[in-house]
Design a binder for this molecule. Structure first.
Ligand code: SAM
Length: 387
């Protein structure tokens, strides 16, 4: 739609160029061929309408709105995720990932000439377009659970002369029809590596995915071994993808647990650990491993104080601390079979004792049968997935 306006067309080229320079200067985009892909597959063709993240105003922009077309174009070239589809609860279900995150995924994928790639999470189609430009359309398969995403992505890619295999499928199950792949790249987060992915990647091939629970997680890259297992480690680069929506990943929901967490009586005591500790990403990562499946949230009952709550739907356990309480009088109240705050404190004690390990210090192993564990080799301690 901006092709007819030579000023906006030139602005798009300039903004894209400036973005690429920023990504190169910050070390996110380092390979010549990926840089060329960013030049030739511009982001604005994949984001005709979106909602900006809250830090940029949170409002919607649409290329069809001629009065705000320049604002739309400038917003596309911010290094931010653009929210493109929402569900009935107004939660974003699809986004065009931030350019620095897309560059990180492509550079970290190790994809090179001759590789066949499966992308999980087509979304707007931008990443599939960059992959197709770099590797050839024939080499690229991309699946999304949302049929509308797949249809729109196909139209955009075809407009650019790109024709990868796009399919509506639950990416948790991979896409066996086009296997084996050299690379699987997931642009949605998971609590564990889906076991069938290992069968769809040839030995020596890699799986790149954001392994994440409610508190934290990070990008992990695993190499598939000859015996059908896979091993690898968490990478230093930080990403934060929206969760994969799959029955296979479905976590038991228990809405009444949240109200129990803020109002039920239970044993209480003083604690030195404040919720602010979980804002340290490196600690939150270890806490996630230590308390798998736990949820964290801020909850207020009408007229009452604001609480920070941990809940675990599986064991129906909960813990609450008053958010505004000072260090001297902070109390924790807990209920259920597990003492979630005790577990959080133990994780913090371990993290401190071990000199605050970072995600990059942890390795990950998946057995052919699907059993998976994360290890801190320095002390040979293991945690099981799912997160
Ligand atoms: C962050 S977006 C992907 C962004 C995309 N790679 C791009 O370049 O625009 C995550 C996508 O994962 C998709 N998704 C969620 N659950 C899925 C599943 N089980 N299988 C396949 N795709 C899924 C969502 O519909 C969404 O489009």
């Amino acid at each position: 739609m901006i092709e007819q306006d030579s000023r906006l067309s030139q602005l798009a080229i300039d903004l894209n160029h400036a973005l690429i320079e920023r990504l190169a200067a910050t070390g996110k985009l380092t390979t010549r061929s990926w840089r060329t892909a960013f030049e030739d597959v511009p982001r604005h063709l994949f984001a005709p309408r979106f909602t900006l993240p809250d830090n940029l105003g949170g409002h919607a922009l649409d290329v069809a709105d001629s009065a705000h077309r320049e604002e739309w174009l400038r917003a596309v070239y911010h290094d931010e995720a653009l929210l493109t589809v929402f569900d009935e609860r107004e939660m974003a279900t699809t986004s065009c990932s931030a350019p620095s995150v897309v560059a990180t995924m492509l550079e970290s994928s190790q994809a090179t000439d001759g590789d066949a790639v499966l992308e999980i999470g087509t979304g707007t189609g931008w990443t599939a377009g960059l992959l197709s430009h770099r590797l050839g359309s024939e080499a690229v398969t991309s699946v999304d659970i949302d049929p509308r995403c797949v249809a729109e992505a196909r139209e955009r890619l075809n407009h650019l002369g790109l024709d990868p295999t796009l399919t509506v499928a639950d990416g948790y199950l991979g896409y066996p029809a086009r296997a084996p792949y050299d690379r699987i790249i997931a642009t949605a987060s998971l609590r564990r590596v889906p076991p069938v992915w290992l069968q769809q990647v040839r030995p020596g091939g890699t799986i790149l995915t954001d392994l994440r629970g409610d508190f934290a997680g990070n990008l992990a890259r695993l190499t598939v071994n000859k015996d059908g297992s896979a091993s690898g480690r968490f990478l230093p680069e930080r990403v934060n993808f929206m969760p994969l929506r799959s029955e296979e990943e479905h976590l038991h929901e228990l809405p009444e647990l949240a109200s129990r967490a803020v109002s039920a009586p239970g044993p209480h005591r003083r604690t030195n650990l404040g919720p602010v500790a979980l804002r340290k990403w490196e600690f939150a990562f270890l806490a996630q491993l230590s308390i798998p499946g736990a949820r964290a949230g801020r909850i207020r009952i009408k007229g009452g104080p604001m609480y920070f709550c941990l809940t675990d739907p599986r064991s129906e356990s909960w813990a609450r601390v008053e958010l505004e309480a000072g260090d001297a009088d902070r109390e924790v109240t807990q209920g259920g079979d597990r003492r979630l705050w005790d577990e959080l404190e133990a994780a913090y004690e371990l993290w401190t004792r071990l000199d605050q390990p970072q995600p990059v210090d942890f390795t990950i192993t998946v057995s052919p049968g699907g059993g998976q564990s994360v290890t801190l080799p320095a002390i040979d301690k293991q945690w099981s997935l799912p997160l």
